[in-house]
Write a protein that binds this ligand. Structure first.
Ligand code: GRF
Length: 216
């Protein structure tokens, strides 16, 4: 059994999922992806998981009496697989305390803006509509709110006058695919510490032990 066991939750394309799978297979993640959880059985991410031979837990929310009911089932699955870290990668559902409390401190998300700016849906469109010249990406712990948990790492992306939702989305995705596997590898090495809202990372050890961007 691999020592650091990861579950990814995703609902869409799965470009971040794929980047995590590739980092795991070339030994850069420091752990193994044991499970994909998806509320969209037809989503491209599910095909990616199947091609990579990763176990999937697929469900249709409307077949359950409540969010808590399907989350309880997920928690049982996570516990059975001895999951150490839940990585949300485009999972389009708010989590209830059933998962958030069971996996507090072991549950992270990536969001395509510099939080706390532009939380929620369509962050890239929100940033363009607002007219900011700088946006970016944020990896954060998940709490009960909408993109409100303690911030682990951020990277900025400049918006140029010629950017469209498509070009900006491409730059953001590219950066996400570099940063997210790196952050997961910090967790695998036990480098991330959380005290209140303050997150600290042993940057020196990161730099020595991973091939990823390491400064926070
Ligand atoms: C990413 O932009 C991520 O920041 C957001 O959802 C998107 C997922 O993209 N939470 P993908 O499915 O990984 O391609």
């Amino acid at each position: 059994m691999s020592s650091f066991r990861i579950a990814v939750f995703a609902s869409g394309q799965g470009s971040n999922f794929q980047a995590l799978v590739e980092a795991a297979s070339n030994g850069k993640l420091g752990g193994s992806i044991e499970l994909l959880v998806s509320d969209k059985p037809q989503a491209p991410v599910v095909q990616k998981a199947q091609s990579a031979g990763i176990q999937c837990h697929l469900f249709q929310p409307k077949e359950y009496p409540s969010r808590e009911a399907y989350e309880q089932e997920i928690v049982e699955k996570l516990n059975n697989l001895k999951i150490d870290l839940i990585v949300l990668a485009g999972y389009m559902r708010l989590l209830t305390p059933v998962i958030v409390e069971a996996y507090a401190g072991r549950l992270i998300n990536i969001h395509p803006s510099l939080l706390p700016a532009f939380p929620g849906k369509n962050a890239i469109g929100q940033a363009l509509d607002y007219g900011v010249t700088l946006t970016g990406i944020t990896v954060h712990f998940v709490d009960g709110g909408m993109d409100t948990g303690p911030i682990i790492a951020q990277r900025a992306v400049e918006i140029s006058a010629s950017d469209t939702p498509e070009t900006l989305s491409e730059s953001i995705h590219e950066l996400e695919q570099q940063l997210y596997p790196g952050v997961v590898s910090w967790f695998a090495k036990g480098l991330v510490k959380l005290e209140g809202r303050k997150v600290t990372i042993d940057a020196k050890v990161c730099r020595e032990n991973t091939g990823f961007m390491s400064e926070n």
